[in-house]
Design a protein around this ligand. Structure first.
Ligand code: BTN
Length: 278
């Protein structure tokens, strides 16, 4: 693919965008430290809702829990969206679930693959993570002023770009499908789905999107998992999610149902056919 600094990707993305809010304006960088860091600065300076930051490569891509996000040039999507939802801070983590659904829908539109969601927001294909989402909140006087919704999708990255220890757990759409995917087509679809879900969420709340999220997460039901939550790690069996997007877990130790709003999930004992943890 002869698009060394991603400028053609940015131009074709602008041409293909069919959104009313998202991508207006769109800031593109051949390389940046982190699209989330830059978008956070723009948001603090008053950037409008819908502003997006896209980069061809990141030198300091940020993952959840202080991890880094592998961000080589020319192959993937590194996107941050500035949103200013008129909701309470406690509700904002639901945007993680919305973003995961939008990514899954875009993958299903563009690739002959079956995407799956692992609560709250990892998107998997064939049990391997192909997308990560990092939502960062900004508040003013205790009220939510902006959410930076960072989305990284491993689109065409080859296996060699991942460190050895990630090769069992992470993949790209290219690796799972066997052919390259057009980055701008996938990104335009993703933004269309995200905008549609976002508008519905503002109007009707998460309950209107719950069934769609569940469609992509049926595999996850009844799984034995460990959740590293702010209150500590809990183990149990997945019962589902509630109308607010919180995970419902039957705790192993007490048999009680616990409601978890944020946390990092490890599937124990592997998936249906495997024996790995992710
Ligand atoms: C995860 O750990 O699963 C979240 C990864 C989020 C990566 C994306 S790439 C675009 C945006 N900019 C960043 O620095 N991180 C997010």
């Amino acid at each position: 693919m002869n698009d060394p600094d991603g400028r053609r990707f940015a131009t074709t993305l602008t041409e293909k965008l069919q959104t009313q809010i998202l991508g207006k304006p769109l800031h593109f960088f051949p390389t940046i430290d982190s699209t989330n860091t830059y978008a956070a600065r723009l948001a603090r300076e008053g950037a409008a809702e819908g502003t997006i930051v896209v980069a061809d490569a990141q030198s300091g891509g940020k993952g959840r829990l202080g991890r880094s996000w592998i961000s080589p040039p020319g192959v993937n999507l590194y996107l941050s969206v500035i949103l200013r939802p008129p909701v309470a801070t406690i509700v904002a983590p639901q945007l993680n679930l919305l973003a995961a659904v939008a990514v899954a829908e875009a993958i299903a539109d563009v690739c002959p693959l079956l995407p799956a969601i692992k609560w709250p927001n990892d998107v998997l294909v064939n049990d391997k993570k192909v997308c990560g989402i990092l939502a960062e909140m900004q508040t003013e006087g205790g009220a939510l002023s902006a959410v930076i919704l960072g989305i990284g999708v491993n689109i065409n990255v080859p296996l060699a770009a991942f460190p050895e220890e990630l090769r069992e757990k992470a993949s790209s759409l290219f690796l799972e499908q066997g052919t390259e995917i057009d980055r701008s087509t996938l990104t335009a679809r993703l933004l269309t789905h995200l905008e549609k879900s976002y508008v519905l969420w503002i109007q009707q709340g998460f309950s209107a999107l719950r069934a769609t999220w569940e469609q992509y997460a049926t595999w996850f039901l009844a799984k034995r998992i460990a959740v590293a939550a702010p209150e500590g790690t809990v183990r149990g069996t997945v019962l589902g999610i509630d109308d607010n997007g919180a995970l419902l877990l039957r705790q192993e130790e007490s048999d009680r149902v616990q409601r978890i709003i944020v946390g990092d999930v490890t599937v124990l004992g592997g998936y249906d056919r495997g024996d790995k943890e992710t």
